[in-house]
Write a protein that binds this ligand. Sequence first.
Ligand code: B12
Length: 216
Amino acid sequence: MIDKDIIAQAKKQLVDQNKEKVLEIANNVIADGGDPLELMDRAFIPGINKVGDLFGRGQLFLPELMVAADAMQAATDVINVALAKMGGKQEKKGKVALATVKGDVHDIGKCIVVSLMRANGITVFDLGRDVDTDTIVEQAVKEDVDIIGTSALLTTTMGQQKKLEQALKSAGLRDRFKTMVGGAPVTGRWAARIGADAYAEDAQDGVMKVKELLAV
Ligand code: B12
């Protein structure tokens, strides 16, 4: 367990948009053998959620949100490198294509999902962010993946996840892939409503759902 004062500091420095301090804490925790996912889940995710709440309430503005996001991205990069090292050599378990949908540039969460899946022996094709439905389908076919996962962080872009389901159906490809959806505004109910095969709340849940979907 990472010390609660370190967790509190890490969260505070992110909310204060202090990238230098955020990086210092992330590097120190990992150098001391701390669990990178624990730091993410207990400090940085609650921190960036708080930033999002302050922004949503008009108590913090877009330039500050962008500086905080940059600090979060830098911390995520450090965490992702540590996660990749934890993976080691594992038997490959399924292929997944992951993308943030068209119109949406939020990719911090998606990148964590990519890293954790890779660390768990899943082959991941990271298609990036702001990716249109046709490209997602094309790449999934090209790479012959088992699962297509999409991330949406805006209520206005969640519809792209539904569009993907429809595109797969009209191309006669719906049975060829399993689909998985995620992102802060996305819920299990939404997944069921649009006909996605799974919803994952966070990266760890995403890994579990891949295993369940592929029964590996
Ligand atoms: C950081 C951030 C930004 C950064 C993004 C940087 C980047 N490279 O990602 C920047 C500054 C660019 C940004 C821009 C904007 N943002 Co913004 N942003 C956020 C913020 C604060 C945090 C998002 C985040 O990174 N969370 C941390 C990660 C780790 O969590 P996560 O993404 O949810 O991912 C986890 C899970 O959901 C899950 N998951 C996610 N995807 C997937 C996919 C799969 C397949 C699986 C299995 C799991 C999974 O696993 C992840 C890890 O645990 C949120 C607030 C919030 N609470 O979400 C607002 C928020 C999403 N943004 C918002 C808004 C309004 C905007 C802008 C429109 C602002 C503007 N006026 O320009 C623009 C939109 C740009 C665009 N077209 O996309 C609103 C959305 C409101 C709404 N109703 O839709 C929010 C909710 C803030 C708010 N309270 O108002 N934003």
